[in-house]
Design a protein around this ligand. Structure first.
Ligand code: GLN
Length: 471
């Protein structure tokens, strides 16, 4: 059953929040040892379910929360040894809003350390496996959340997306993932990676379920100065009739993909034509260079954000007589990829290199955004692949640059601040294929309307539960 179906059963009193929580907890106990989606399972969830008011709008719906989103009193590691044993004294706004509506945090999910990676192999603890093929990665960095939803260990999940971390694992695991417009979801309590790019996003097995989550977590927040004063109207939008739309297929996303991705694109274009959309090719010339700018800007912001982990404020603290030794030994516990980003970020921000790298990347970011704005004069939505191919094998990207290239199609939305949705659109050798829709700034609701039309037109043909369902 999907989250909105479970919700209806709870509302009708056919099943209690406690029963729902029990079923999911049991499923996590039996299936997660082979998948590694969770870093922490909330052992107190049954007590919380018992105490719940079943009339709350999300009463008893388990949500898996990426472990870089802080949960009061529940271990939050960001996939890093630096935060081993960290018990946050406060709650992320997105989590507080879910709890206020009766949702249950069923556990905290695995990720690449601080969100830096595309496979969840850079978790300091263990890798997560793809439920469609356990020898393959689930994508990343929100790999644990994607697997939790795909294996139905939770009907809903939160991820975070700085350069594709909600959408790419959603594509690899055959589910939906939304990167909202920058500012639509409060970042309060999201452990910062690159603050000008970071967004929390929902993950689920249906468009309706994404809407449920977005209506709960989105909206202005006095605790995040960059949050937008836009009220969420997601479920409402799904009731509204879909206007006839102009779809632009991004030419820069049309070549160099695997056959399954090419096939899914062609098929999706036909489905959208069938829905009465006008479909044409458009060019977003700067898109292929977005990766270069992203891997300057994101490490630059990360090097600054990660300076706070020095053993004095949070989590792990090394022993030592002198302060500099404590700091050095503490920071030695960062993983290799995180150290690489700190070095690159510090370099591109240093005197003499700032103009050559950081300054130019910022100028490029403005150009990329302007090009997107111009495109949205011509078309209402953009279509492109989420990834150039389906999930790759564990250990299949030993070269960091090859890992970075996985993000080719996703980083543009973050640099431009635009909403982007990955939706299941095909299979290749039994592995899911995802495609992406980009909308103009603030038009997140439109993305869900269109994805729902696609879901209906294709009769949910691209949604499979490889390990069965909880209900
Ligand atoms: N793979 C990208 C990176 O490593 C994106 C990660 C993310 O969105 N958090 O930076």
């Amino acid at each position: 059953m999907l989250a909105h179906e479970i919700r209806a059963k709870v509302a009708q009193g056919e099943v209690s929040p406690l029963e729902v929580a029990q079923v999911y907890l049991e499923r996590i106990r039996s299936l997660d040892p082979g998948l590694g989606a969770f870093l922490t399972v909330n052992e107190g969830v049954l007590g919380e379910a018992r105490a719940l008011d079943p009339r709350l709008p999300l009463a008893g719906l388990p949500v898996a929360v990426k472990d870089n989103i802080v949960t009061r009193g529940m271990r939050t590691t960001a996939g890093s040894r630096l935060l081993e044993g960290f018990l946050p004294p406060y709650e992320a706004t997105a989590v507080a809003r879910l709890k206020a509506r009766g949702a249950l945090v069923i556990g905290k999910t695995n990720l690449d350390e601080f969100g830096m990676g595309s496979s969840t192999e850079y978790s300091a603890f263990f890798p997560t496996r793809n439920p469609f093929d356990p020898t393959r990665v689930p994508g990343g960095s929100s790999g644990g959340s994607a697997v939790a939803v795909a294996a139905d260990l939770a009907p809903l999940a939160l991820g975070s997306d700085t350069g594709g971390s909600v959408r790419q694992p959603a594509a690899f695991c055959g589910i939906y993932g939304l990167k909202p417009t920058y500012g639509r979801v409060s970042r309060y309590g999201l452990i910062a990676y690159a603050s000008s790019l970071d967004q929390i996003g929902p993950m689920a097995r249906s468009v309706q379920d994404l809407a449920l989550l977005m209506d709960a977590i989105s909206g202005p927040d006095p605790l995040d100065a960059t949050s937008l004063d836009l009220r969420p109207r997601f479920q409402e939008a799904l009731e509204a009739p879909l206007p006839s739309l102009r779809l632009g297929v991004v030419r820069e996303g049309l070549s160099g993909n695997s056959p399954g991705v090419e096939g899914a694109l062609q098929e999706a274009m036909a489905v959208f034509r069938g829905l009465g959309f006008s479909v044409k090719e458009v060019s977003w010339p700067s898109l292929p260079l977005a990766l270069n700018a992203y891997y300057i800007l994101a490490p630059a912001e990360a090097s600054s954000n990660l300076a706070r982990y020095d053993g004095t404020l949070y989590g792990f603290r090394a022993e030592g007589e002198e302060l500099w030794r404590v700091v050095e030994e503490t920071r030695a516990r960062f993983g290799l990829e995180v150290k690489r980003r700190i070095l690159v970020g510090t370099f591109v921000l240093s005197s003499g290199y700032y103009e050559a790298y950081y300054g130019r990347a910022q100028a490029f970011r403005r150009r990329l955004k302007a090009e997107a704005q111009a495109l949205f004069q011509e078309v209402d939505l953009l279509l492109l692949p989420t990834t150039p191919h389906p999930a790759f094998p564990l250990g299949g990207r030993p070269d960091p640059l090859a890992m970075y290239r996985e993000d080719l199609y996703t980083v543009g939305a973050n640099l431009a601040g635009l909403p982007a949705l990955s939706f299941p659109a095909g299979f290749e050798d039994g592995l899911p294929v995802g495609l992406q829709l980009f909308a103009p700034w603030g038009r997140d609701e439109l993305l869900l309307q269109v994805a729902l039309a696609f879901e209906k037109a294709t009769d949910r043909a691209f949604l499979r539960t490889p390990l069965g369902e909880a209900f």
